[in-house]
Structures are given as C-alpha cells and as structure tokens.
Write a protein that binds this ligand. Structure first.
Ligand SMILES: *Cc1c(COP(=O)(O)O)cnc(C)c1O
Length: 404
C-alpha cells in the first residue's frame, strides 16, 4: 500500500523514532485510524465537540496556580503549578480519553479497550465510555490491581470490566501486550484507547495533540499572569503524555527550558528504575521505535517505580527525538525523593500530588532553588494523590519504624 507508506513517512516519525512495527492484521486498522484522525482534526464540528467535552466533562481549563508558600520555602524562582490534578477523574488522562472516545464514535466502533498502570487511564477510559455509551474493557496487571484497588473499584462502578493480566511482571507493559492481542482479534468493532504518547503511528502524535490543551492553556495563562513565558517547565515522564502535552505548544519558544523527570526508583541498577530515556537504548516496544530499557540480550527489562504510572520500560518516540536534538533534558528522581516532594507540597500548599507528579515537583524545586527570584518555573501537576494515599501511608510507617 504505497499511500500508507507515504503517510507514515510524513506523520509517523520523529527523526528516526516512531513508526508502525505491528502485525499485518493491525496495519489497516491503524491506517483507518490515521485517516479518521486527520479528517476529524480538519473538521470544525469535531473540534468544537472536543472543546465542549473538555469544558463540560473534564472541567477545563485547569487553573494555573502560583505556589506562594512553596516559592517562599524554596527561596528561588517563582513556582507555578498547572493543575491537571483538578480535572474530573483526577489527572490529565481524561483529555486523551475524551478525544479518542469521540474518534471511536466517529469510526462507528461500539467497544473500547485500554491498558492501565496506576489505573488513572483505566478510570478516564471507563468514564468516557460511560458518557458515550461504549462497552469498555480495561487490561490491568494483577500487581497494579493490588496497588490500586480503589481505581479498580471506580472503573467497575462506571460499568467497565477490568481484565486481570497475570503475565510477565504483571504491570503496565504486560497489560499493553494483552490489550494489543485483544485488538488484533476485535479490530472490526473495537477501538484501542492507548493511554500515552506511545504505540504505533498515529498514536504518539494523536495523543500529544489531544493532550496539548494543557500547554496551550498554560501558555495563555502564563502570558496573562506574568506577561511572559516561563523560564523552565518541568514534567514527569512515564510514557510521556502529560510532558508532551505541556511541552509541545511551547517547544518552538527556544528561551523556555524543558526538563522531563523519569522514575529513578530504588537505584540506577537495571530493574530498579524506569528511566528509559536516561538509561535505555533505542529499540522497538509496543509498535514503535524509541528508547527502551533492555538487558544485554535485548530483552525488555523489568522496571520499578513507587508510582505505578511511571512503571514502564519504554517512552514516547517524540521524547526520544527531543532528547537526541537536545531540546529537552531528561533526568531522574528516586522513590524516596518523590515521597519527600509529595510531603513538601502537601505541607506548603495543601495539595497532595500523585506520586508521578511528585517526581516533577522534586526536580523543579531543586532547580528553582538555584534560580533568581525574577525567574519562573512551571510544574505540570499531572494528577492528584488520593489514589496513592494507602501506598504512601505504608511507606511512611516503614520509614518511622526504620528510624526508631
Ligand atoms: C499516567 C500518569 C502519568 C504518566 O503518564 P505520562 O503519559 O507520562 O503522562 C503521570 N502522572 C499521572 C498523574 C498519571 O496518572
């Protein structure tokens, strides 16, 4: 299919990364998805409907919040938070699931499936499916089901079926594999709502576009509040969708420095972290070429993070490209540092961030301390920490017993 090759070369790659490495059965589904996505984005009616959903269902625009007490505590640059934690369902994931659910309707599909790690994408998918009357099944590793029992319950309350995944490490990567397997057999009537800027083309570009409302709003809100753009934007990176969403609309503004923070876990030993960009090598995972954590034989390595949402051995191909061209710097934050940052934000601002977002808070605070008071740091607060409270309580209890 020469036409498909051409569109792939045009839209599917970010430098050498991205592409469409999938079995033949999925090629036509991806081509259809790409056609429908491009037609939808060119359709005023679709865009207006998406805007309406973001407003009425997600509760957008999310606030740009000046963190006065955190700024005073740090004693450096002025720190702002983009409050994705205030969205309905508690994270940025809803921006993407609303967009993709609308696309599923447009394609006449009656069922959606999703993979989920922390459960946030599963909850956002279940919610969108309930709103639009779509059948919904969510693949989730049993290790994550254990860690995120509340989100499992929320999905089921909204009518989704949670499918436990027992293979591999029983976390996000394994859930992705099972969801792809389902899609190969169900593609006629099912749309697969991928939860981040990963997977085969057109997913990385499409998810980045649906998440770009974050950066477009932040850009406008920043200009209103400060009359200029931030000096630095910091976001956590799992698959990379909240980061891509806030970075993309300001990526052409060269004066804006950008930092992505990956999960440094327990240590930088392979298996102890999930820092694909910082410590991985180029490889193919879930249908696209990007940085992947792999062992000496090229097998995808096990990963660890205190936050289920960052626990993924791959990363979006556009981030791989931004890393290689030096536009965005990528770094890590350990489990312990993330927990400390979570406690700091809770005490100074009364905001309990998701453990994922706490990774960004930690690095932003570290950098802000070295900056001048007339400089501006913007943190993408990707989600709220309610879902993590049980896990945090256990960790803090363990810390206490260790100290005494
Ligand atoms: C899922 C999730 C992430 C990680 O996913 P990205 O695609 O990297 O954004 C980060 N923060 C929260 C709150 C999440 O739910």
């Amino acid at each position: 299919m020469p036409e498909e090759k051409a569109s792939q070369a045009r839209g599917g790659y970010f430098g050498p990364y991205g592409g469409r490495f999938v079995p033949e059965t999925l090629m036509s589904a991806l081509a259809q998805l790409e056609r429908e996505y491009r037609a939808a984005m060119a359709d005023e009616g679709f865009r207006a409907e998406f805007e309406r959903c973001l407003r009425e269902i997600a509760g957008r625009p999310s606030e740009l919040y000046f963190a006065r007490r955190l700024t005073e505590h740090v004693g450096g640059a002025r720190i702002y938070l983009k409050r994705e934690d205030m969205n309905h369902t508690g994270a940025h994931k809803i921006n993407n699931t609303l967009g993709q659910a609308l696309l599923a309707l447009r394609m006449g599909k009656e069922r959606v499936i999703a993979e989920t790690g922390a459960g946030q994408h599963g909850v956002a998918t279940a919610m969108a499916a309930a709103v639009f009357g779509l059948r919904c099944e969510v693949y989730m590793g049993t290790e994550d089901i254990r860690r995120q029992a509340l989100n499992v319950f929320r999905m089921e309350l909204m009518g989704a079926r949670v499918v436990p995944v027992e293979s591999g490490q029983r976390t996000l990567k394994d859930a992705c594999n099972e969801a792809l397997r389902d899609w190969m057999a169900s593609v006629e009537h099912t749309h697969y709502i991928i939860g981040s800027v990963v997977g085969p083309a057109p997913y990385p570009e499409m998810v980045r576009e649906f998440q770009s409302c974050i950066g477009r709003e932040a850009r406008r809100q920043m200009l209103e509040a400060e009359g200029r753009l931030p000096d630095l934007i910091v976001a956590c990176v799992g698959g990379g969708s909240n980061a891509a969403g806030i970075f993309a609309p300001m990526i052409a503004d060269e004066q804006v420095r950008m930092v992505g923070v990956e999960a440094g876990g327990r240590s930088m030993k392979l298996g102890d972290h999930a820092a694909s960009l910082v410590a991985g090598e180029p490889g193919v995972l879930h249908g696209s070429l990007s940085y992947v954590l792999q062992d000496d034989e090229g097998q995808t390595a096990p990963v660890h993070s205190v936050s289920a949402g960052l626990d993924y051995p791959g990363v979006g191909p556009e981030h791989a490209y931004w890393k290689d061209i030096g536009r965005v710097t990528y770094t890590t934050c350990t489990d312990e540092q993330a927990i400390d940052a979570l406690c700091l934000l809770a005490r100074t601002e009364g905001i309990i961030p998701a453990l994922e977002s706490a990774h960004a808070v930690r690095e932003a605070v570290r950098l802000a301390a070295e900056m001048e008071p007339d400089q501006i740091v913007l943190i993408n607060l990707s989600g709220r920490g309610d879902k993590d409270c049980n896990e945090i309580a256990e960790i803090l209890k363990r810390r206490e017993t260790k100290e005494s």
